[in-house]
Write a protein that binds this ligand. Structure first.
Ligand SMILES: [Zn+2]
Length: 76
């Protein structure tokens, strides 16, 4: 599992969110709150490829972050 710390902050605790990747999924979550969202990598990559070969990495992370915040809001 590959994992990188992003510059996105957890809306709950302000810890930097971590992006993880395994063979099939991309995960975005907070190591402190232990809350993670999981997405299928193949679908994700299809949605964010520019001109066939360049991955819109920032767009993808922004999208994941929006989903993360939305999921939190739903739980409240
Ligand atoms: Zn958190």
């Amino acid at each position: 599992m590959v994992s990188v710390v992003t510059d996105m902050k957890c809306p709950t605790c302000r810890t930097s969110l971590v992006l993880m990747e395994d063979r099939k999924y991309v995960w975005l979550g907070c190591d402190k709150c232990l809350r993670y969202l999981r997405y299928r990598k193949d679908r994700m990559i299809k949605g964010f490829l520019n001109y066939g070969d360049r991955l819109d990495w920032r767009g993808m992370i922004n999208y994941l972050y929006e989903r993360y915040v939305a999921a939190l809001a739903q739980e409240e």
